[in-house]
Write a protein that binds this ligand. Structure first.
Ligand code: AMP
Ligand code: MN
Ligand code: MN
Ligand code: MN
Length: 284
């Protein structure tokens, strides 16, 4: 029987709206056999999620999604880590610095929105944050609640991206550092949702080249945010660059009815799955 893998999702430890237990239970109901929790820049949801998965007899992979600032143009890209060891000092020190930047950035977003007449955004966003990190998603929830935007998409478009009032440029980890923290803790590093960056083919190849040079081995060919065409293209890239293929919904909340846990198309046949690896022997 085909097993269902979902190797990218978020809980209230970062910008998801379900607690780790609620998230794992929902994945179980959706028939997921192996789940990785990959919160942004924090591992605090992993313990609870792992315990719930064990109680339910479901496979669980400790994960992370690290924010990276890449190349001269300082573009933000996300690197997922699978099978990371949360006891790694280097990993935890690195993540702590990213969270410190997040806190400063959140205050700065609040100040910038206040200049445009939107008062109380920082405190409002904090109300939505359930864990140690504060994300643009929490600002978006506040802005929607206050009637400034009708939905998430609209809110990012008008307030939280480049050239909009609440935008603050990222100053995240380097690609080398992020991949190093993951592999140094025994994990596999994966380029998250590659089609989302809207890079030219040349630029994406440069990213993959640098990623491989610093020890990256995985590529998220199937993402809940990729189209069928994008999956085909990313599958061919994974094959060409000999990267192991991963798949994950990037689920954040049941309120996004288009994106559910465990509802993903299969990996293209040309791909080598990331779970064909000894780290996964106890799980598959
Ligand atoms: P941050 O890491 O705080 O900059 O926030 C990035 C998060 O915002 C991503 O992980 C997504 O969950 C969310 N996000 C980014 N762009 C959009 C968008 N256009 N629509 C909805 N959510 C978005
Ligand atoms: Mn997110
Ligand atoms: Mn991401
Ligand atoms: Mn994500």
């Amino acid at each position: 029987m085909n097993r269902i893998y979902d190797l990218h999702c978020h809980s209230t430890a970062s910008d998801g709206s379900l607690s780790p237990t609620e998230l794992v239970s929902r994945a179980h109901e959706m028939g997921v056999n192996v789940l990785a929790l990959t919160d942004h820049d924090v591992t605090s949801g992993l313990e609870e999620a792992e315990k719930t998965a064990t109680d339910l007899g479901m496979g669980f992979v400790p994960g992370i999604e690290i924010s990276v600032t890449w190349s001269k143009s300082r573009q933000t890209v996300h690197i997922v880590g699978l099978h990371v060891d949360r006891r790694s000092e280097t990993l935890q020190q690195g993540l702590k610095k990213l969270r410190e930047f997040r806190n400063w950035r959140a205050e700065e977003i609040g100040r910038r929105l206040a200049k445009k007449g939107i008062e109380g955004a920082y405190d409002g966003a904090c109300e939505f944050a359930g864990g140690e990190i504060i994300s643009r998603t929490h600002f978006a929830r506040f802005l929607i609640e206050q009637g400034y935007a009708k939905d998430m998409r609209d809110c990012f478009k008008h307030y939280l991206v480049k050239n909009k009032p609440g935008h603050v440029p990222g100053d995240w980890a380097s690609l080398e550092a992020a991949v190093g923290w993951i592999t140094g803790s025994g994990g596999q590093a994966v380029i998250a949702h590659p089609a989302r960056y809207k890079m030219t083919a040349t630029r994406l190849r440069n990213l993959i080249g640098e990623f491989k040079e610093v020890g990256g081995t995985g590529f998220e060919v199937v993402s809940g945010t990729h189209s069928k065409e994008e999956i085909g293209y990313m599958g061919r890239l994974a094959q060409q660059f000999e990267l192991q293929a991963s798949c994950g919904s990037d689920f954040h909340s049941p309120s996004n009815v288009y994106l559910e846990l465990g509802r993903l198309p299969p990996l293209p046949e040309v791909c080598v799955p990331i779970w064909d690896d000894e780290r996964w022997s106890g799980i598959n």
